[in-house]
Design a protein around this ligand. Sequence first.
Ligand code: ZN
Length: 418
Amino acid sequence: MKSLLEKPLFGDLLATDASNAIRYHLTSGTTGRTPIRVLDSMKDWDWINEMWCYGIWGFGVRPEDIVYFAFGYGSFIGFWGAHYACEKIGALVIPGGAQTSEARIKQIIEMGVTTVFSTPTYALHMWQKSREMGIDLARESKVNKVILSGEPAGSIPAVKQQLEEAWGAKCGDTAGMTEIGTIMIFECSHQPGGTHIIEDHFIEEVLNPDNDKPVGYDELGERVVTSFGRGFIPLIRYRTKDMVMKVPASTCTCGRTWDIYNGGIRGRWDDMKLIRGTNVYPRAVEAIVREYPAIDEFQIYIWRKEELQDEITIKLEIKPGHEAQWTDLQHKLAKDLANAHEGLRFNIERMDYGILPHFELKAKRLVELNVYEALKKLAAQSDLPPCAASNVRKALMSMWQATNDLDLQFEQLYDLGV
Ligand SMILES: [Zn+2]
């Protein structure tokens, strides 16, 4: 991966000749770094689709199904492999490419779609949109399976329950990895509260990230993966930073002999934020917030108060018709969050409905204002060389615009020359 970054486009460690490639896709990247660029050969592409076949067959997709991909079909690899896997199984595939959510919802109903592929965030978004259109997806669509990928939320019980009620369908989690280009774990139709590992094709170790020693069943650790499936870049004991807890295959009643990651991917070790000495994981916060059905959208803000103290604020929108619950909810949510975080104080702030951005692909619910604050501090310094001062002002101006656009902070910065 390092070679890939140092020597774009493809690094100097390709395991086969570049002329064997038949596909090129970007991968999403989960940390905001440069996307990973990988070539795939005919064999790799076949393997990528095959891995998806394990997952979607396991969740019950069959040739009779009419499958809809609520996915943009850009150069991002996302659901491409799943699309080909559905064709391989013999299902009827509808690529719901570049369209509005409204058009997608209409198509899903008109075409009698039975299975939808989506990120959890976008599945929630489509449901919100359908309500605005006066459509009850659970009643008016034939969808009985929603297959989720791209975000860990598909294994958060409260999110899953909300989605299952909204769509009137079973929701199954799958998780893949940018470097692999496909999925390595999936939830079967028995829904054991976790995801089976495709052990035919992946060696999955779980290590204690502090001392690199293997941990046992029922213990949290970091996933380390070995796979030779993608011929152009085989992975050997690759550290993923994914936080997981392995449980034995027998935990599930489906009869598969593959172990399970209970709760799917539980977050990333480097997602952890240290707020006044307490560990805060965005996924854990989300799991608590999603237990409140009256909350529609939310974001987590980490900011510094008077340059002294880190603060964490949950900004949320209440679903129309549930406004009366706000006062109660505010106190209860703050208490629940504090109880789960060694008493840490969470600020709860209500936004008008429709203010928070609703994301289609991967939700960016965690917003840090620290960079903006740091730029302000720099701009206030009087001893910067003239050209540095001018560039800092330019950067601050863009950042100011962005924080305004995202509704994070409104203020005037005339004093700083912006
Ligand atoms: Zn199972």
